[in-house]
Design a protein around this ligand. Structure first.
Ligand code: ADP
Ligand code: MG
Length: 270
């Protein structure tokens, strides 16, 4: 059993907007093991991004703590790599420059940074696009660069918030396989957020299913599918069995979210 890398203890988050208090997260406990591929799965609005932003150090919890390798998370740090759904590359930098950005900031030799970046360009299959600017790349290519940029700093954990959410089904499927390949090669610890059941089952060692607002951990499921996995596993009876089980849990929460939002006449959420 691998040691624990990320430990979340009693994390809660309340927002106050227009005089209304919203409890986004309540009493979240979780432990992510070293080199694990863990997924947080939950219906829209259940607090997934809020949780990831706290872990990234971009937002402070109202209660509780999160520790990475024993250290309390109090702000952003190079020990965590982030990838968001919306493409967040620097538009004025090329693919190579984007990937090297963090390394250059940390003061490493230029040639050293370039070598690392070139390695990642290859891993993400973008050889030939080193000098391209983000505007000339497809959505899938941009996310590949974003993943490479996050990994180039050699973080202790990679945090991904619905990184493939804006991609078409085919591209999404290819990106899932690419991410698994990179994960198997680099032995990184990954915490991946999604609302897509199939994506969660395909990628994960364990799935943390969240409740509708306020977000709590409803269930933790092991995914015993063999690795390495490719897209064909999605058609196996074992995959479908797990998918059905997880879908049932998520469906309960989606229905709960829908009915509770219908009970809120002044809800301002879209
Ligand atoms: P998810 O990522 O699961 O869709 P979010 O974490 O974005 O959910 O949001 C969880 C809840 O917290 C939602 O009700 C959302 O409206 C609320 N929320 C998120 N960020 C803020 C904020 N900055 N101010 C007020 N409410 C917020
Ligand atoms: Mg979100």
């Amino acid at each position: 059993m691998n040691s624990v890398r990320l430990r979340v203890e009693g994390l809660s988050k309340r927002f106050r907007s227009h005089g209304v208090e919203v409890t986004a997260l309540e009493g979240i406990h979780m432990e992510i093991r070293d080199q694990e591929f863990a997924t947080i799965l939950g219906p829209s609005g259940c607090g997934k991004s809020t949780l990831l932003r706290i872990l990234a150090g971009l937002s402070r919890p109202t209660a509780g703590v999160a520790r990475l390798d024993g250290r309390v998370i109090e702000g952003p740090g190079k020990d965590r790599g982030m990838v968001f759904q919306n493409y967040t590359l620097f538009p004025w930098l090329t693919v190579m420059e984007n990937i090297q950005f963090g390394l250059r900031l940390s003061g490493r030799e230029r040639t050293d940074c370039e070598a690392v970046a070139r390695g990642f360009v290859q891993k993400i299959g973008l050889s030939g696009f080193e000098r391209a600017y983000p505007r000339s790349l497809s959505g899938g290519m941009k996310q590949r660069v974003a993943i490479a940029r996050a990994l180039a700093n050699d973080p202790n954990i990679l945090l991904l918030d619905e990184p493939f959410g804006a991609l078409d089904t085919q591209t999404r499927s290819l990106m899932q396989e690419l991410l698994l390949q990179i994960w198997e090669e680099l032995h990184k610890t990954i915490l991946f957020v999604t609302h897509d059941v199939e994506e969660a089952v395909f990628l994960s060692d364990r799935i943390f299913v969240m409740t509708a607002r306020p977000g709590r951990i409803k269930a933790v499921l092991e995914v015993p599918l063999a690795r390495p996995r490719d897209y064909q596993v999605k058609a196996s009876s074992e995959f479908l069995r797990i998918k059905t089980e997880v879908s049932r849990l998520i469906r309960e929460e989606s229905i709960r979210a829908l009915t509770s939002s219908m009970m809120e006449p002044c809800s301002q959420e879209g």
